[in-house]
Ligand binder design. Structure first.
Ligand code: SF4
Length: 453
């Protein structure tokens, strides 16, 4: 039974795609292995969002070539976003690669791996090598990421509800790598969530590249509610599901019906991700984001007003082409004003075939780094203040299992998506209960074990 090792780069969508590929491979009789050294097939599920992520995967693939010295039959492949964006040209970058499969063809990976292994039995390695490249579009591919395998005791799960994005923000490669927006039907998603609930899952995170605009071109509004709000209602109605999250949204997708849903659907958690990208109207316009700084700030206020204790997190880019000190200062000021619970700060990274990549006035790496540090200081100050404010309070957590950094302790997430570490017993895994917060460090909260029964 050949062994397969998958290494995943990038976001939760990629993690979910890799899970699905693993499931399909296991169904075809393959064994998933934990180490490259045990594998007959090594697949890198790639990310294109930043150049560094692409270079990491290419570098890794270069190293993997050495394994062929002792295992000449080894099959090596690229999957996912970089495979989609670069396609055939990856065979020039990595000439020893056998397989390049794009984002609409994950469901074909098991067939292609089978074909490659079969052909290996009939041909000497590097004698007749016929790499397979498939980056075609495929109607209905958004429905192929479904019905996942769960690990024992798993109580949280990601559910892919759509693929692609039509927004074409000037810096973003996602519309190239994931194609245009395609949503799965609500009934199909709900059936998957129901199955997860029956198998013990208590929290689902709905995934999509522009998740809160799910289905806008495919499914009708009902009672003035968008398809996304209809989906949230249906998912929240599933027995056994206690918490519902979603990522990654766009600020323009937080329309009245969605904000209102937060005040009437208790299973929707008190956490909203609200990618700001820039606090300068001038830069936001060049980025093609479709909102102004003022609109963003008002939106954050409306979201906070919809539910007490709402946490807001964000993504921010520094060093976008042409960003002046004044533009950066506006981003800094808006971060102070909105006071995010957390934010990912990214240095702008040019992506091929995006409008921003060829804009004049690209910013030097030194300046990007300086702005990155300055903004991180602002963000971290607000993160620390939000966490400190929770010390002495009780926070409801869903216990997910052993803490990653100290397996003697347990860890869970609050409804606001904060990690809480505490000393507990195995019986607490998978349970929802309050923990009294005693201290905070970095972005983690620590709880008092005394209140656990
Ligand atoms: S909305 Fe998000 S995924 Fe779509 S183009 Fe903009 S940044 Fe990329």
């Amino acid at each position: 039974m050949p062994g397969v090792y998958i290494k995943t780069y990038g976001c939760q969508m990629n993690e979910r795609d890799s899970e699905q590929v693993s499931k399909m491979l296991v169904e075809r009789g393959y064994r998933m292995v934990e180490a490259e050294g045990e594998a007959d097939v090594i697949l890198l599920n790639t990310c294109s969002v930043r150049d560094m992520a692409e270079q990491k995967a290419i570098g890794k693939m270069g190293m993997l070539r050495k394994l062929r010295k002792t295992r000449p039959h080894l099959v090596l492949g690229y999957l996912g976003c970089m495979a989609q964006a670069r396609g055939q040209s990856l065979l020039q970058t990595s000439p020893h690669v056998d397989l390049v499969v794009g984002t609409q063809k994950f469901h074909r990976v098991a067939d292609y791996v089978h074909d490659l292994l079969q052909s290996r039995q009939h041909a000497l390695i590097d004698d007749v090598r016929r790499p397979i490249v498939d980056t075609d579009e495929e109607p209905g591919s958004q429905s192929t990421i479904r019905e996942q395998e769960l690990e024992t005791g798993q109580v949280t799960a990601f559910v892919s509800i759509m693929q692609g994005c039509n927004m074409h923000c000037a810096f973003c490669i996602v519309p190239q790598t994931r194609g245009s927006e395609r949503g799965r039907p609500i009934a199909e998603i709900v059936a998957e969530v129901r199955l997860l609930a029956e198998r013990g899952v208590k929290e689902v995170t709905l995934l999509g590249q522009i998740v809160n605009l799910y289905g806008r071109h495919e499914f009708p509004k009902v009672d003035d509610k968008s398809p996304f709000v209809q989906l949230l209602e249906a998912v929240c109605a599933v027995d056994g599901i206690e918490r519902v999250r979603f990522t990654s949204p766009h600020p323009i997708g937080y329309r009245d019906d969605l904000i209102e849903a937060f005040s009437r659907l208790p299973k929707l958690v008190e956490h909203v991700h609200l990618p700001l990208q820039s606090g300068s109207d001038r830069i936001l316009k060049i980025m093609r984001r479709g909102y102004t700084a003022e609109k963003f700030q008002k939106l954050a206020e409306r979201i906070r007003a919809a539910r007490p204790g709402m946490a807001i997190t964000s993504d921010i880019i520094v060093g976008f082409p042409g960003e002046t000190d004044e533009d950066f200062q506006k981003t800094r000021d808006l971060c102070e004003a909105v006071s995010f619970d957390n934010a990912f700060v990214f240095r702008y990274s040019p992506r091929q075939n995006t409008p921003a990549a060829t804009m004049e006035a690209q910013i030097s790496e030194e300046l990007k780094e300086a702005r990155n540090q300055e903004l991180l200081d602002v963000v971290n100050r607000h993160v620390a203040a939000k966490l400190d404010a929770l010390i002495g309070t009780e926070v409801e957590i869903l216990c997910e299992g052993a803490s990653r950094h100290n397996t003697e302790r347990l860890s869970g997430r609050s409804r606001t998506n904060k990690i809480v570490v505490f000393e507990g017993a195995p019986r607490h895994i998978g349970q929802i209960f309050p923990v009294k917060i005693t201290r905070a460090s970095g972005s983690t909260l620590y709880g008092d074990p005394a209140i656990l029964e």
